[in-house]
Design a protein around this ligand. Sequence first.
Ligand SMILES: [Zn+2]
Ligand SMILES: [Zn+2]
Length: 159
Amino acid sequence: MERLWAPWRIGYILSDKKEDGCVFCNALKANNDEERLVLYRAEFSFIIMNLYPYNAGHLMVVPNRHIDSPLKLTKQEQAEMFELVNKGIEAINRIMNPDGFNLGMNLGKSAGAGIDDHIHIHIVPRWNGDTNFMSTVSDTKVISEALRETYKKLKEVIR
Ligand SMILES: [Zn+2]
Ligand SMILES: [Zn+2]
């Protein structure tokens, strides 16, 4: 378990340079999906790419409402978020051919949550032997260029 959850801690350290307000609420309001890396919008939730990915194709499924616990999700939100998790997995499968996935939520700072007041489900594609990704792609510019590329590819195939 330790290893499974370690990735989010890396994201937490890297995402320390925060903008004002909630990044998810800001992205939702911005109406600039490409800039904000919002991949897909549904009725109650949306898919956004992680700016500080653990791996290429690291996505997050986020409810539109700014809530801090899955206990506050309505049944409709729960159902739709799981549909979006599946959409994300399908899109990643189409273009990236991963060997596996980590899916998960970190609830609270003690659990490694970088953003603990707006819940989200992480979708992280995994490849055999990918554990050194962050050290090989640690240059921020390389990451952001790769992110834009991946965004375009995923945007084309997400249904
Ligand atoms: Zn929010
Ligand atoms: Zn998180």
